[in-house]
Design a protein around this ligand. Structure first.
Ligand SMILES: C[S@@+](CC[C@H](N)C(=O)[O-])C[C@H]1O[C@@H](n2cnc3c(N)ncnc32)[C@H](O)[C@@H]1O
Length: 264
């Protein structure tokens, strides 16, 4: 029964991104919607560019992009000349990324699970990022994913996600939703609410796109902070962005950026 499954099992069952149809729709959103939270001044792309610049990720640097989707975030991070490996659990999204960027020698893409990067040696990458992926990862896997990101990098880490103050605003775009609160075996972790449903997001020319069977994991902020600390990462900047007034909503920032450094 639904409530007898672990949080990770619930999330694994909501594998929208791993299906060809949803992967194609997500790609359409990225390429054609002009996503206001990404593209406006101070939005996601500006933040990524600033991080790449501040971490000096130019030619000769190696960056890993976990939860890379169809590759746009990897491509963005490679703009100053860094080599970027994008990793995503979704085979159809990795296939789109490989096709789209096949002529870019600075980009490679690999199917893989954020919580298990056993095939990458410690500190192989100078920097790592996880852009809007953490809230799709189950509560048991989330600390492992942060720990793996820490293990395979030696420099800066950038994680972006939904601002915990706006979890309900974000959840509101999920139609046909089922909710479940789960406990984990991880010591000190607070219970986590998971929403599974069909988020409706921007499509081309003002149309809407529905991403079926997608999980939204509302990690309590305390669980994120604990995962950072237990992974040897220090939070050096936390900033919210993406004001909901941009889409006619209340004066709250929908997204958050966490910049982290390895504790010396
Ligand atoms: C909202 S998309 C973000 C994609 C990309 N970073 C971007 O911002 O355009 C979230 C991605 O996380 C991926 N994902 C979810 N769980 C994952 C896991 N355990 N390991 C690797 N990727 C995962 C999904 O397949 C999806 O591509």
């Amino acid at each position: 029964m639904f409530h007898e499954r672990t949080g990770d099992e619930l999330v694994m069952g909501a594998d929208g991104y791993a299906t060809v149809g949803v992967a194609d729709l997500w790609h359409k959103h990225i390429v054609h919607s002009g996503d206001i939270f990404r593209e406006t001044e101070g939005g996601l792309y500006d933040r990524m560019d600033a991080w790449v610049q501040d971490c000096h990720l130019g030619s000769g640097s190696r960056v890993i992009d976990i939860c890379c989707g169809q590759g746009v975030t990897s491509q963005r991070a490679s703009k100053r000349g860094a080599y970027v490996l994008g990793v995503d659990v979704s085979e159809p999204l990795i296939n789109i990324a490989r096709g789209k960027y096949r002529e870019n020698p600075n980009l490679s893409f690999q199917i893989g699970d954020a919580a298990n990067l056993y095939w990458i040696s410690d500190g192989f990458y100078q920097a790592g990022m996880m852009i809007n992926g953490i809230f799709h990862i189950g509560p048991e896997s989330m600390p492992k994913a942060v720990s793996e990101l820490s293990r395979v990098t030696k420099g800066g880490v950038l994680i972006t996600g939904v601002n915990p103050d706006c979890y309900e605003d974000f959840a509101a775009v999920f139609t046909n939703q089922t909710r479940c609160k789960v406990e984990t075996q991880t010591p000190g972790q607070e219970s986590t609410e998971i929403v599974i449903g069909d988020p409706e997001i921007a499509g081309p020319n003002g149309t809407r796109i529905i991403l079926k069977n997608t999980p939204f994991v509302m990690h309590p902020e305390k669980n994120l902070y604990t995962a950072f600390e237990n992974s040897g990462l220090e939070l050096v900047r936390e900033e919210t962005y993406g004001n909901l007034t941009l889409v006619g909503g209340p004066d709250r920032d929908l997204f958050v950026e966490y910049r982290l450094e390895h504790i010396k």
